[in-house]
Design a protein around this ligand. Structure first.
Ligand code: GLA
Length: 780
């Protein structure tokens, strides 16, 4: 055997490398219909977990929990906005130490799939994009906007500096890196995807396998020839159908479900989401048996601390703090029945042998909370920023929190008037001379409020609390505060319409320091219940995880020992906040609650179990008010017929285009005589057969909606999520109807409809009628 100089040099270089990198380098790539690890067929069984959603001291525990499920890979997003909270200032330390997290996965024998965005969705503020991008008013997000691309390139380079040397061919555990995220749900723009791919390559991910993920229905729009394509879908999906388009396009490709949704996320004001454990396990087993790789999204969801929870769209559906996700490992890192069901199945493919389950962290009850001080909002307004017109949070360089907008009424308004705020993002409470008048809630698409008569010199306050920024769809450019203007309308003989000007902006950022800088006074019977900050203490003998019961509080944020542990809102469904024991101290701990509504009782306890499923809405979120009954007796359908059986999109062209603003879908019966009417997604087509934008759509009527067994309201037909759907209730007979208000009149040439046809749930409308009108239907 002859050793040449090159080999000698290579050996010498190896000796200089740090011990961890000296570990054997491996290879990962694509073979014929399979992945290859070191040249051998390999099935990726990935567990998705997000390091910023888990306290760092618990990282390894969660990784081991995934390993004990038989997973061989950790799949993770990199959230741009948590690493670059201020433009140009990067933080990869502490809980943001991406490198340490990946190393920990490697130490535990796990491979890693890295998903560095730039956009990630993930029910995370603005889908992971930094809010400060919105300071540039005309920015085009996720597009080849020069500023967006410049910032994204800088960020990906930073990610590369941190972890590009941890790709598999360089001795690390990273087997694949994702380019963008479900871009098909946003737009069709291959040039942009190419540009992101090139930036990732330039950032050091030059040899590792790159891939892009999308839905079966959308992936082709942006699919690049040189990238691997993977599909996302959830529990209950018909797996064969999900892969059919990919198999047709690329018969030799390995198959992978890059997000198999174990459960689903919760939104404030909507029923708690769960998915069946058996159906999840069956789906995963089917994939294993068919050599289909997967990543279980989420295997452990964790928590969207502070203000990191985003909001779903169209419309705005703010996500709750808990990201429990009904995942096999619950929010607190504990096993669930789903965990054991999954582990039992996975064990069959590991000769019955899986690593032991690590012990759970102890949970404790805390019953000694004492609140002694309050800093009332109206006594603690900081120095205002003045300007003629209203400014958004972004204009005033504030990312999250509240803003109080104040102006003085310039003339007597002797009659009731309408205050119109376009738009209040997101939850606006209106006060006149300090007296509460009412609320304008963006969640309910409200923009106006009736004001009492006013006098010159009266002080008008609009106190805004921002939800998380929209993380999905075209609404991600979601500026907070008042986005445009405030007007007053009234009739005084003439119609008067004035834009209110000369505003004082009181900035109330959501950070711990700001809450400690306010003036606290003793809590008394007189000031209990006001809007503001409540400060107290509790003692702990032996720290453990606990769930803080917020059910007597209004809406706001909680800070414990300086950690913002998340938003609460009495409407639920989340009623307790997860408080990890690793952030508690033996002895006295501090708690501050910022309550923008004011508590109805100042009390608190730490529970041993979470409460994630109690809704306390004033009225159920359905689209039919008492006494409403749609009358179609004099209407003529613009289209009627029979939809084809089975899965996938159906398209219907009208004989002639119809003009109108109000559209009624009438379902007469279901294929296979099923008792439910269900629709997963619905589009109307314009004159050229293209999908009309659904941004301005509202459901104005639905004869029946199942909001008891799940969140199956009629607006789910245009929420861009194929996995959520409208369903009627058991036992309510056909026909079923939905009426949509498109916001303005449109020429409509047909429609596309996606039924809910999953395994075990073949709910597909058969005969239908469609009505289009310029004016509202009778009976609504
Ligand atoms: C998509 C996104 C994820 C997440 C899930 C829903 O698949 O890619 O980031 O938002 O939906 O939980």
């Amino acid at each position: 055997m002859s050793i040449n100089l090159k080999t000698l040099l290579a050996v010498a270089c190896m000796a200089l490398l740090p011990a961890t990198i000296q570990a054997k380098t491996e290879s990962f790539g694509i073979g014929d219909k399979t992945f290859l690890l070191n040249g051998k067929p390999f099935l990726v069984k990935a567990a998705e977990i997000h390091y910023p959603r888990i306290p760092r001291p618990y990282w390894e525990h969660r990784i081991k929990m995934c390993k004990a499920l038989g997973m061989n890979t950790i799949c993770l997003y990199v959230f741009w906005n948590i690493h670059e909270q201020k433009e140009g200032e990067f933080d990869f330390t502490g809980n943001n130490d991406l490198r340490a997290f990946i190393r920990l996965a490697q130490k535990n024998g796990m491979y890693v799939i890295l998903r560095p965005g730039p956009y990630v969705c993930a029910e995370w503020d603005m889908g992971g994009l930094p809010w400060w991008l919105l300071k540039k008013h005309d920015i085009r997000l996720r597009k080849q906007d020069p500023y967006f691309m410049e910032r994204l390139e800088i960020f990906e380079q930073k990610v590369g500096e941190q972890v590009a040397d941890l790709t598999i061919e360089k001795g690390g555990p990273v087997i694949m890196v994702q380019v963008e995220n479900e871009y098909g749900a946003y737009d069709a723009d291959k040039d942009y995807i190419r540009a992101v791919r090139d930036i990732l390559r330039k950032s050091g991910f030059d040899k590792v396998q790159l891939f892009q993920c999308d839905w079966a229905s959308t992936f082709k729009a942006n699919a690049l020839d040189d990238l691997l394509w993977t599909m996302n879908f959830g529990t209950g999906a018909n797996i064969e159908n999900e892969f059919a388009p990919l198999k047709a396009a690329r018969p030799d490709s390995p198959l992978m479900c890059s997000e198999f949704w174990s459960g689903w996320f919760d939104k404030w004001g909507s029923a708690h989401e769960t998915r069946d454990a058996k159906a999840m396990v069956e789906g995963l087993e089917t994939m294993i048996q068919n050599n289909i790789s997967f990543s279980l999204y989420m295997t452990h969801g964790g928590t969207s601390w502070t203000h990191w929870a985003g909001a779903n769209s169209p419309g705005i559906w703010p996500d709750v703090t808990s990201y429990d996700y009904d995942a096999p490992i619950n929010e607190a890192g504990q096993t669930t029945p789903k965990y054991f069901e999954l582990r039992n199945m996975m064990a069959k493919y590991h000769n019955g042998k899986l690593p032991a389950i690590p012990a759970a962290y102890p949970t404790i009850a805390i019953n000694n909370f004492k609140f002694t001080e309050v800093a009332p909002l109206f006594n603690n307004l900081p120095k205002p920023v003045k300007s003629t017109s209203v400014k958004s949070y972004e204009d005033l360089d504030m990312g999250w929190g509240c803003m109080l907008y104040r102006t003085t009424i310039k003339q007597d308004v002797g009659v009731e008037s309408v205050l119109r705020v376009t738009e209040a993002h997101d939850y606006a409470q209106v006060f006149l001379n300090g007296k509460y008048i009412g609320t304008i809630n963006r969640m309910h698409q409200e923009t106006t409020l009736v004001m009492p008569a006013m006098k010159k010199g009266d002080v008008l306050d609009i106190y805004i609390d921002a939800f998380g920024r929209i993380n999905f769809g075209s609404g991600i450019k979601d500026r907070k505060g008042i986005s445009e203007k405030v007007e007053l309308y009234y009739e005084n003989g003439d119609i008067v319409n004035i834009e209110l000007k000369n505003w004082e902006h009181y900035l109330l950022p959501d950070d711990y320091e700001s809450q400690t800088e306010t003036d606290y006074v003793p809590l008394t019977a007189a000031n209990t219940g006001v809007r503001g900050n409540y400060r107290g203490t509790f003692t702990v003998n032996k720290p453990g995880d606990t769930f803080i019961d917020m059910s007597t509080w209004g809406k706001g944020q909680v800070y414990v020992n300086g950690h913002a542990i998340g938003r609460f809102w009495s409407i639920g469904p989340q009623q307790t906040l997860y408080m990890p024991g690793c952030w508690l101290k033996k002895g006295v701990n501090e708690i501050i609650v910022t309550d923008v509504l004011g508590p109805h009782e100042v009390k608190m306890e730490g529970k041993k179990e979470p409460v994630l499923d109690v809704l306390r809405l004033e009225a159920p979120a359905t689209h039919r008010t008492e006494g409403q009954s749609l009358d179609l007796s004099n209407e003529k359908a613009v289209s009627e017929g029979t939809l084809t059986e089975g899965n996938g999109w159906k398209e219907v062209k009208f004989d002639q285009p119809a003009d109108g603003r109000f559209v009624c879908i009438e379902a007469l019966n279901s294929h296979w005589d099923r008792e439910y009417a269900c629709i997963a997604e619905f589009y109307l087509l314009d004159e050229d057969g293209k999908r009309l934008s659904r941004e301005t759509w509202k459901v104005v009527y639905a004869d029946d909606e199942d909001v008891k067994t799940g969140n199956k309201s009629a607006d789910k037909i245009f929420d861009l999520q194929e996995s959520t759907y409208w369903s009627t209730n058991s036992g309510v007979p056909f026909p079923h109807t939905i009426v949509l208000d498109l916001g303005q009149s449109k020429r409509i040439s047909g429609f596309q409809i996606l039924p809910r046809v999953e395994q075990g749930a073949p709910e597909a409308i058969k005969d239908y009628r469609m009505y289009v009108k310029r004016t509202q239907f009778k009976g609504i």
